[in-house]
Write a protein that binds this ligand. Structure first.
Ligand code: T4K
Length: 373
């Protein structure tokens, strides 16, 4: 039993409080709290370099960012967007909130991302886009998805909520597809408490996204578009600027935890540790394991075992989105269309993974996995 307090799947990265106070003093003195202030501009510019992308637009959270991305691409109302059920609720909800229809595609058993080979059979004359999710920081097959999108003239949006700073062959993950969304929620490697951004290469998207994020207001007397309020405020941007200075250090600490897990868990019968491809860098967002049929207990029994000793692992993602009340009636939600996703939802467990996870707890977690009885 871990004494006194629960161990969670993650802990937020927090900058030194004195530095936050200094920034707060500046904000108090400027009396500029939101609506694209100085810190907002600075953070957007710094993120362009870090994410290796041409355009960045900040948002008050990742969900509103994704909602805006779909709107900015002017997908025909009622058209279909092919996506994965193995994701957080926000992904299909943003499709549906735009008056579009999410069509679920099965996933790849190794990466747990949308299976690019299964996309084509779901395309019909109503399909307008593909929305892939780089689950746990494992990239989708961006090359194949790019080829499919060109062949069928589809837009491509990526949900990179888990993939801050991931690169493929040295290229920022946010530079693939038409628009990519990053989440800066408290539980993400890099956070602005709540927050997120969109990245894109087409310069025309910058103005469109700017307006959609700000009620569609062009000037004091012109409202040109049906926008919403997606603005990140100066307090969020300040936390972001400070966390940008320390996220790499956090990644290094997480690399140590990851090595400890890898060293102590790999080789355990029935446990698979999903691997990144060699050309891809790790975001260090989550540490998932896959519990096979030859492991002595089920995923849910292992989850319960951890919970009984105050270690709160997470079943990301169970249930999958095709199981939700609001989507389960859709033809693409049927289990025969999604065999891998329906299998994986009962097998994946995300272990506690953050820089300050104490070594003895990390070792205890490995011990339980090696011998769950
Ligand atoms: N797309 C994908 C693929 C996503 O995963 C997400 C969000 C989104 C889109 C939407 O982006 P945002 O609109 O959120 O920017 C959490 C997060 O709330 C959510 O942001 C995230 N995905 C999802 C995967 O995880 P829950 O329901 O698991 O959160 P919660 O409150 O249970 O937090 C997890 C653990 O973290 C807690 O057990 C304890 C710890 N924690 C949490 C918070 C909020 C802390 O230690 N401190 C904290 O302040 O959804």
């Amino acid at each position: 039993m871990i004494k006194d307090k629960n161990i969670y799947v993650t802990q937020p990265l927090l900058p030194p409080l004195e530095q936050v106070t200094n920034y707060l003093k500046e904000i108090w003195s400027d009396k500029w709290l939101t609506n694209m202030g100085a810190k907002h501009k600075l953070l957007e510019n710094r993120l362009k370099d870090i994410l290796k992308v041409q355009g960045v637009s900040l948002f008050n959270n990742g969900t509103i960012a994704l909602l805006t991305a779909l709107k900015a691409l002017d997908l025909p109302y009622g058209s279909e967007v092919i996506t994965t059920p193995f994701t957080f609720a926000a992904t299909p909800h943003c499709i549906a909130w735009n008056g579009l229809v999410p069509v679920f595609c099965d996933i790849d058993p190794e990466t747990m991302c949308i299976n690019a080979d299964a996309i084509e059979k779901l395309i019909n004359n109503k399909t307008s886009a593909i929305l892939g999710v780089h689950v746990y920081g494992f990239p989708c097959d961006v090359e194949k998805i790019d080829m499919i999108s060109q062949k069928y003239n589809l837009k491509v949006i990526y949900d990179a909520a888990h993939s801050f700073s991931t690169e493929i062959n040295g290229r920022g993950i946010g530079s693939f597809g038409d628009i990519t969304m990053f989440s800066f929620h408290a539980t993400k490697l890099f956070n602005t408490v709540e927050g997120g951004c969109l990245t894109y290469s087409d310069p025309k998207l910058e103005d469109r996204i700017y307006n959609l994020r700000n009620f569609g207001i062009i000037s004091e007397e012109i409202v040109a578009d049906i926008g919403l309020n997606g603005k990140m405020n100066e307090l969020q941007a300040a936390i972001g600027l400070l966390n940008l200075d320390i996220f790499k250090e956090e990644q290094c600490k997480r690399a140590v935890i990851k090595n400890t897990y890898n060293k102590n868990i790999s080789g355990t019968k029935g446990i698979r540790i999903p691997q990144l491809l060699e050309n891809t860098t790790d975001s260090y967002q989550y540490y998932p394991i896959v519990i096979g049929q030859d492991y002595p207990i089920t995923r849910d029994e292992l989850y319960a075992k951890f919970k009984s000793i105050n270690i709160m692992t997470r079943k990301y993602f169970y249930p999958i989105c095709s199981d939700y009340e609001c989507y389960k009636h859709m033809p693409s939600s049927c289990k025969s269309n999604l065999p891998i996703a329906n299998d994986m939802k009962n097998r994946v467990l995300c272990l506690p993974f953050y820089g300050d996870l104490p070594v003895d707890i990390c070792n205890k977690i490995c011990e339980v996995i090696r011998d769950p009885y």
